[in-house]
Every structure is written in structure tokens, then in C-alpha cells.
Design a protein around this ligand. Structure first.
Ligand code: SF4
Length: 535
């Protein structure tokens, strides 16, 4: 409920696979994790790949809803199997990192057992706490990271959720012939698309480092610059070459059947796995935004966040604010690692940092804090990527690129390709992308599949028809996108949000971003137009 305490018994933690979840369609096992966010105080959907989305769908679960709260000091694992659901004592797992927790819970179980778990950050109910999720190999390197939903899980006394669909039936198909034929077409289209067939499988999401740096929008030293002088050291190309030289995996699927395989396995200098799922957002916010240009240091930071169960985006924003406050020098990787360790250890300083950039800024008197609705910005400076800036300001999710990211090259139907540094049509573009993101989240497809689907809508419509036996039009899906956003806005309004919350921090409007001197010049009245009429 909108007025619920996010960490109280009335808040709900919801895990919902998409309409295509559990099928053989590429990249269709995304899972929406939702609830009222302790970070923003509003509605939150945090989207994650890995194994559990498909496993829940195969078990016939439309949504798993956790309500209530364990008594103080009690901890449980929730098990979901074909036999039903049950709570097991998890006291022995308290204090363990996510990797330790998952190793113990998966021991002796079927290879396809999916686990969602929290680490010390979630147990401490820190607002930057993430939920770790197992990937194809059973490694908890995927995350429902944004919005502090790990703290919601911790507040319920849930250390982990185990989903074991062994023995379950395949997901039923209304028209198996149509479905299989369309999934083959879909996979082929993904292989032929320049983004999903070439750049993402080779360089992963970090292919964006050079692109956004050249645009002048790479968050650097607490969003003080849009260009990082060491960008080439942390670029997708550098990451690729280092992984190859050390014998890691430059391409890896987070879930079975993903044709794109945008993930990776990053080894240390001895060839031992150091971290995986080493993504653009984490690399830029833990790296450039903290002035750190060494992939090995950033990989250690990334892995620590994954062990403790911390959102790497919020943590990168927070560390940069802490650096601005003088708690570390920009570029001091060892000190940054020590600060993350303070969060994991739950020291008083660590608990402040673990509540995110907004709290850290308040405690240490820093006013240059890149947050909207209390949530740290993703790795795109809104002065150079204005459509994404509109999404940060207006999305019911707070500053979250996954709610509608307007990357260079994005086409607005009826208008064409927009220059992200110019203000024209960016409100329209954000509105379009916010609805589109809801559609992809609702059907359970990875956002990266949108290129081929936008080029040929029949791929999505025929998969839905083959799966559900129902004829959908794109208008139906746009209506679903609109209606979902309308409900999210209504939730936030009832939770106390108003138009004054739909704006970026002032410094984005007043401080020109070096080197191009850009400001965010889309006014409050225009921002209010973005989702006007939906609620
Ligand atoms: S494209 Fe990447 S994030 Fe999306 S489902 Fe595939 S591996 Fe996972």
C-alpha cells in the first residue's frame, strides 16, 4: 500500500515473471521484483535476469507476493517447488555474504535451482541493498539492485528465496507451431541486428563507455565532468582485451537460451574469476565517477558489492559524494574499497554510506548530490543525454535509466533519430520509452531485444499469440504501458509525491558540464507534460 512503511509488515515484496517467461524465446526470463522502495519512498520495479524468472513461470507462478514480517531475530528461506511453498529456518545463514549463502543453499540441489538472496546490506536494511540472483551457472552475479528492495526482503526476515522447478511441466503453448516458428525468427533477427548480434555479444554493455565519453556525458568525479581522461582504460574494448588475455569469458548468457549473451566473466591477473556480469553502469559509477581508471580495482569493488548485496549504481554515486566530502580522494581505489568494506561490516560510517548518496550528502553537508526522489542517477549525465534526464526526473521509479533510457541513436517514431544533447522532442522521447520499458518488463523480455522487435512488431505479437492464444495488437500493449504507468503515478501520489519531486537537482540546470558546457535546459512545465494525462 502507498502509505506503508517500506520496512514494515504492510509492504509487499512481489516477484513476477513476464508473459513469455519460462518459454524458449531468447532473453524472455526477466523477472520484475517490486515493492515500496525504502530509498525513494515510492513504487519500485527492479528488473533482473538469471534463472528465477523462468523457473517461477514454469511452476505456474504469475506473481509471488510476500507480506507480513518475521519476528525480530528470526530468519527464513522461502522455498518454492512443484510441491508448494514453505519457510525454512535460515538462522545459520545470518551474516553470510550472498556468494556464501547461495553456495550453501545450492549444495546438493539440482543444477537449475534458482536462488535469490540478500547479504549483510539487506540484513541491515540499508537503502542501497540489492537482491542477488543466480545466473546460468548458479553464480549470484545478477541483481534486482535498484531501490533498496534487498532491505525490504531483509525487513521481512527473508534471507533467501529458493526456486526449484525440477519435475515441473513445460510452460503450455496455445499454438506451439506458431510459437516455435516465431522464436526462431526472433533469434535470427537478434543475430542479424548490429547491436544484439555484434556489439553486445563482443563487448557487452561496456561498449557504451567510449560512446558516452565521446558524447561528453560520462559521469566523472561526482558528475563534475562528462569526459573521463582514463575512459579508454575502462572501455568495452579494454575490458574485452583483458578478459581474452586472461582466459575469461567475453560473452556469457545470464539465462539459458539468450542469443545476445551480453554478460561476461572477468578473471584476475592469475586467471581466477574475480567478478562477472561486469557491466557499463557499475564500471562507470564505481570507476569514472570515483575517478578510478583501473579495471582490476573496479572489479574488486564490483565483487564486494555483489558479496554484501549492494546496488553498484547507488554505491558508485555514494562513494563519489563521500569523496566530495573528503572521506577519500577521487581516484583512490584502495580507500574506496575500504569504504565498501565499512558498509559490509556495518560500522557507523558504513551504515551511513549504505543508505545511499542522498543520505550521505545530507550527513556530510554535500549539496552536489546526483539523486532524484532519493535515488542515485545511472551512468548517463542528463545534461548530455536529455531524454534520459527527463526519465530520471519524471519516472515513478526515481532516477533509473531502466525506466526509459534515451541512448544516442534512439529513434522517436514520427520524428526520427534525436541528438541527445538537444532539448527538442526529448519529453516525447522519454514518454515513449517509459511506456516501452513497461511493455518489455511486462512480457519478460530483456530490454536489449527491443531493436528487432521495434523493426518487426509481429515477432512480439506472434510470440504472445503462440503462448497465450490471444490476439494482441501494439495498441493493446501501448495501453498496458500507459495503464501501468498511470497506476504507478497514482501509487506515488498517494505516498505523498507531487510535481515538485519531478525535477533534477539544481546543479544540472545551472552548472555547465565540461567539456561541452551543456546544461539540462528542459523546464519544470515541460517535465510535467511528460506523463500528464496518465494519472
Ligand atoms: S542480453 Fe544480457 S542481460 Fe539480457 S538476457 Fe541476455 S545476457 Fe541477460
Amino acid at each position: 500500500p502507498p502509505t506503508a512503511d517500506p520496512l514494515g509488515p504492510a509492504n509487499r515484496l512481489v516477484l513476477a515473471p513476464g508473459l513469455l517467461g519460462g518459454t524458449i524465446a531468447s532473453s524472455s526470463g526477466r523477472l520484475s521484483v517490486g515493492g515500496k522502495s525504502p530509498l525513494t519512498g515510492g513504487i519500485k520495479e527492479s528488473n533482473v535476469g538469471g534463472l528465477p524468472g523462468a523457473a517461477l513461470a514454469r511452476l505456474g507462478v504469475t506473481a509471488l507476493v510476500v507480506e507480513g514480517q518475521a519476528a525480530s531475530g528470526q530468519w527464513f528461506t522461502l522455498e518454492v517447488t512443484p510441491a508448494g511453498v514453505g519457510l525454512l529456518d535460515a538462522t545459520h545463514l545470518v551474516g553470510q555474504t550472498i556468494y556464501e549463502t547461495v553456495a550453501r543453499l545450492r549444495s546438493g540441489r539440482s543444477r537449475r535451482t534458482a536462488v535469490l538472496a540478500i547479504g549483510p546490506a539487506g540484513e541491515m536494511r540499508l537503502s542501497a541493498a540489492a537482491i542477488g540472483v543466480t545466473d546460468l551457472d548458479g553464480v549470484p552475479a545478477r541483481h534486482a539492485a535498484r531501490g533498496g528492495l534487498g532491505a525490504v526482503m531483509g525487513a521481512k526476515g527473508l534471507k533467501a528465496i529458493v526456486v526449484d522447478d525440477s519435475g515441473s511441466d513445460p510452460v503450455p503453448l496455445a499454438d506451439a507451431g506458431l510459437f516455435r516458428q516465431t522464436t526462431r525468427r526472433f533469434a535470427q533477427a537478434l543475430r542479424e541486428h548490429p547491436s544484439t548480434g555484434k556489439s553486445l555479444p563482443v563487448y557487452g554493455t561496456s561498449v557504451l563507455v567510449n560512446v558516452i565519453n565521446e558524447l561528453g556525458g560520462l559521469p566523472t568525479r561526482n558528475f563534475r565532468s562528462g569526459v573521463f581522461e582514463k575512459a579508454e582504460h575502462i572501455s568495452g574494448e579494454a575490458l574485452h582485451d583483458l578478459i581474452v588475455a586472461r582466459g575469461g569469458q567475453t560473452t556469457h548468457p545470464c539465462m539459458p537460451g539468450c542469443v545476445i549473451r551480453c554478460s561476461n566473466v572477468f578473471p584476475d591477473e592469475n586467471g581466477k574469476e574475480q567478478t562477472r556480469g561486469f557491466e557499463y553502469e557499475s564500471i562507470v559509477l564505481l570507476g569514472a565517477n570515483c575517478g578510478i581508471g583501473d579495471l582490476d580495482v573496479i572489479a574488486r569493488m564490483n565483487h564486494l558489492c555483489d558479496e554484501y548485496g549492494l546496488d553498484t549504481i547507488e554505491t558508485g554515486d555514494t562513494l563519489a559524494v563521500a569523496m566530495e566530502a573528503g572521506l577519500a580522494d577521487f581516484g583512490d581505489g584502495e580507500r574506496a574499497i575500504a569504504l565498501i568494506e565499512e558498509i559490509g561490516a556495518g560500522t557507523p560510517l558504513g551504515r551511513v554510506l549504505g543508505h545511499g548518496a542522498a543520505v550521505t550528502g545530507r550527513v556530510f553537508g554535500v549539496s552536489h548530490v546526483p539523486v532524484v526522489k532519493g535515488q542515485g542517477l545511472s551512468a548517463y549525465d542528463p545534461r548530455a543525454l536529455k531524454g534520459t534526464g527527463v526519465t530520471y526526473a519524471t519516472s515513478p521509479m526515481g532516477a533509473d535509466h531502466t525506466a526509459g533510457n534515451a541512448l544516442p541513436g534512439t529513434v522517436l517514431p514520427g520524428v526520427g533519430r534525436l541528438d541527445t544533447t538537444q532539448r527538442e522532442h526529448q519529453v516525447d522521447l522519454s514518454r515513449y520509452l517509459q511506456k516501452l520499458a513497461v511493455i518489455f518488463d511486462s512480457v519478460g523480455l530483456c530490454w536489449f531485444t527491443r531493436g528487432p522487435i521495434l523493426a518487426d512488431n509481429s515477432l512480439l505479437l506472434d510470440m504472445l499469440k503462440g503462448r497465450l492464444g490471444r490476439e494482441f495488437s501494439m495498441d493493446d500493449l501501448w495501453t498496458m504501458g500507459r495503464e501501468t504507468l498511470r497506476r504507478e503515478l497514482a501509487f506515488n501520489r498517494a505516498a505523498g509525491f507531487g510535481p515538485q519531486d519531478d525535477r533534477l537537482p539544481d546543479f544540472f540546470l545551472t552548472e555547465p558540464l565540461p567539456p561541452r558546457g551543456l546544461t539540462f535546459d528542459i523546464g519544470d512545465d515541460e517535465l510535467r507534460e511528460t506523463l500528464a494525462g496518465l494519472d
